[in-house]
Write a protein that binds this ligand. Structure first.
Ligand code: NAD
Ligand code: AKB
Length: 319
């Protein structure tokens, strides 16, 4: 029998695609989607409104479906978190404690919780950023992710909680809109290319950041969860790397398929956040421990994003 899975924050950018893939693998009825808002796309399978900060609601759903595995995706991302640091801290930390404590009590067996490249800060080496290095994040989001990593490791060592985590870079997909991050430009740019043939970027042209196509991120997530327990050596969070590029480089790639696309630059407060993050990531621990390997490069991502958004975005809004 398959263990029942609960995805919390399932209506967001990652949740939308993770639920679809988990259901393909484990069956619609075995994957329960949950969020405080309705799904962005039509999903086939159970959906429940659950506020992760409401312990009673959470306990009810866990018991109703006899949940054994939780993917906790609810969080405020970097840019949104800066607008309300106190609430971001409350949501990002207490959501994690609510789930960790269910595992500590033996009610659930396994947790996936994502960290981020935001755990690194201005004093971290920016090129080929190592797994173990200086970590002085300067955003409330980064501080919450770094603290979360420490608690994950603590709950594993102290209480034997089976928690698995990766530090996602900026994620790019066409199936849903991003939810308030600094790397969102790398999704928005494709929408605006299709809708307006131009894009005003909120980061400067040479701001290089680590990024990844959503399918690679979903593969990494499911792969780390399926890996034999003894092979997961890091219980804080694993570096994983896809590709790295700047706004100028992605615009050049779009121009190869859409020669009349134009980009301009008007950096805002997100520039400072981007400046504090790595440019490239060393993911050798993930490669060695559980065989991580990305498949998509900038060329394939650009082609997939443009082709799919051309079909999906409403014709009447196009240029
Ligand atoms: P998102 O903002 O698109 O989705 C988060 C979802 O959580 C939303 O649907 C939101 O409604 C839901 N949510 C918010 N408060 C909730 C609550 N109280 N109870 C239940 N649900 C609630 O974010 P995402 O991009 O899907 O990211 C998911 C996770 O991955 C987050 O932890 C984020 O930090 C991490 N991450 C994402 C990226 C990325 O590029 N998308 C990169 C690094 C890490
Ligand atoms: C953000 O920009 O906040 C996220 C992340 C890298 O964690 N995409």
């Amino acid at each position: 029998m398959v263990d029942k899975i609960l995805v919390i924050g399932s209506s967001g950018q990652i949740g939308t695609e993770l639920v679809e893939e988990l259901r393909k693998r484990y069956g619609n009825e075995n994957v329960i989607a949950s969020d405080i808002k309705e799904p962005q796309v039509i999903q086939h399978g159970p959906f429940e409104i659950v506020d992760i900060l409401n312990k009673i609601q959470l306990a009810d759903i866990i018991s109703k479906y006899k949940i054994k595995e939780v993917y906790l995706l609810a969080a405020l991302l970097s840019a949104t978190a800066e607008k309300n640091p106190a609430f971001a801290w409350d949501l990002n930390m207490n959501s994690l404690f609510n789930v960790l404590n269910l595992a500590k009590e033996g009610i659930i067996k396994k947790i996936f919780w994502p960290s981020s490249i935001a755990v690194f800060g201005p004093t971290t080496p920016k090129i080929n950023t190592p797994q173990y290095t200086i970590m002085e994040p300067s955003t409330v989001y980064g501080i919450s992710k770094q603290t979360g990593e420490r608690w994950c490791e603590y709950y594993h060592k102290r209480y034997g909680v089976d928690i698995r985590s990766v530090r996602y870079p900026g994620l790019i997909g066409y199936k849903s809109k991003p939810g308030g991050g600094t790397t969102d430009y790398a999704v928005d740019i494709f929408h605006q290319a299709i809708l307006a043939k131009k894009y005003e970027c909120f980061l400067s042209e040479n701001t290089t950041l680590p990024m990844m196509y959503m399918s690679d991120a979903i593969d990494a997530t499911i792969a780390i969860m399926k890996t034999e327990d003894s092979k997961i050596k890091i219980r804080s969070s694993y570096n994983i790397s896809g590709i790295s590029f700047s706004p100028k480089e992605i615009a050049e790639e779009i121009n190869k398929l859409m020669p009349d696309f134009k980009i301009s630059y008007l950096p805002d407060s997100r520039q400072q956040i981007a400046n504090s993050w790595p440019q490239t990531i060393d993911d050798s621990y993930a490669k060695n421990d559980w065989g991580w390997s990305p498949k998509y490069n900038l060329f394939t991502i650009t082609k997939i994003m443009l082709e799919n958004l051309e079909q999906l975005l409403p014709k009447e809004n196009k240029y």
